[in-house]
Design a protein around this ligand. Sequence first.
Ligand code: ATP
Length: 582
Amino acid sequence: MQTFKRLARFYLPDKKFFFLSLVALVFVTAITVIYPVILQIAIDVGIRDGQYGIIPYLAVGLILIMALKGGATYVNQYFGDLFGVRSVYRVRQTLYEKLQFLPFRYYDNAKTGDLMSRLTADVEAFRFFLSFGFAQLVNFVLLVGFAMIVMFYYSVPLTLVTMVTLPFLAVAVYKFDKRVHPGFRQVRKSLANLNTKVQENVSGMHTVKALSQETTEKNRFETNNDDYRTKNINISDIWGTYFPLMELIGNISAVLLLGFGGYLAVQGQLTPGELTAFFSLVWFIIGPIMNLGFIINMFSQSKASGERLLEILDEPERSNGPEQTGAYRKLAGEVSFKNVDLRYNNKSKNALTNITIHAPVGSTIGLVGATGAGKSSIIQLILRFYEKTGGEIVIDGKPIEEYDVKELRQNVGIVLQQTFLFSSSIRDNLAYGNPNASMEEIIEAAKRADAHEFIDSLPDGYNTVLGERGLGLSGGQKQRIAIARAMIMNPSILVLDDSTSAVDMQTETKIQKAMKEIMQGRTTFIIAHRISSVKHCDQIYVLDEGEVEQQGTHEQLLQKHGLYKRIYDIQNKDQQYVLQKA
Ligand SMILES: Nc1ncnc2c1ncn2[C@@H]1O[C@H](COP(=O)(O)OP(=O)(O)OP(=O)(O)O)[C@@H](O)[C@H]1O
């Protein structure tokens, strides 16, 4: 129940619909219990006492009652569904919002398929219980309660005898729940793994095909699929064991009732009509108790799902710094790192140690170093994707923590080597960082980023809808769109990932030209593997294993005979070798 209590804020606002549905349900249940009473009157008064005239009245009464029951059932179902649907709308909104504000470190370990499964299948399981299961549970209590009252009214000893088996039924139901709940948690987890597998496979289809791993992938999926099947069979096994047991206990109750009830009828202590009514009523108790297995099933599923939803909702959000109310300021763009350390959560070693960098307004800073040296980590800190573990980062004279994260990010434009584009129009992708940008501004930025020409040549121009992750565009085209997108934001600080090794010379020249265009008047950080990309920078920082190994201009560093010179020599030799070969 703890899970439902903790999720109460999502369904309590709609409790009026639940109560409306409940009132209708009480009505439906009360009417249901009247049926056996009508049957008893028809047998005892209509048939046994020979007052046949009463039968038409009873028949009309029954039809009226059934019509009323139909109306009440509609109200019960409609408002029950409304309660569930409106509640999970809120759950879905909150989960999605939560996902937007979770820190990057959450996504280091999160799996897309698992998250998708939580936002869809788990939310649905929770809704099903709210819409249907909750009411069924209340219905159970009501039906058993009403039926017992009527049964006690007819005969106290017969009711007690019939009830003898109920404790056994209760134990069976309890044991069923104990086994089925962990089973459902496993099914949910297995489904999430299955989703993750499919999602990763579709996203990585290029790699799968390029490396001819179709058969391996098929086998891996088979393992996941097998696991999901086994977990479901396990549930069926539990269900198959307990359901007949519960039915057997119910039937023993019916046998006891017929045996003892028949004896009472023969003794004249019970009329035939009362015995028949009793027999119907007892199924109003046994039926729901057996049905309790199904309700518990639903309850267990939604509890397991609710727990998985709470796991996301309980995640701590990133601290955003002070919330800014007015318009975001445009920063000048002076960035200083003072003895900064960074250690990622799951690592035993620092990714950055004692980093000191000064980037005056409008300067160009080059970050070079081997892969894993810490270049990207510096950028992660400027954008506050991760928080530093030591030292101080100051922007325009103010510690970075004192900025509203949104204000900070509005002032930093990034162009990464891997550009993510959404499956919407090129125009929307360009304006993603600044949705208020006018069409003129968008075209102007695209022209400066050398992207206008190819966009214009597409059949729908700027309205061309891209495939998932920008499918349908070349790597170089995507990167130029990313440059134009950053330009439209008009940031004071710019981060360019210039590891453009994967494009041909002509595209590289275009990208370099576009990058030069966007850098004007902004503090720019260029991440590069190649010296040629940073040699014009005002200041170059050479990183090695998370530390600044060297610092200076291209000319100064070449004279120092350190790491920079070694990288330069290797790359120069490579270049000469290529030229000679050519
Ligand atoms: N999100 C993360 N969680 C844990 N460790 C990380 C994370 N990101 C980077 N690292 C680690 O931090 C170190 C520095 O990585 P970083 O990505 O900053 O290097 P880089 O110089 O940008 O490399 P590359 O040129 O290959 O992009 C590496 O040891 C890397 O494994």
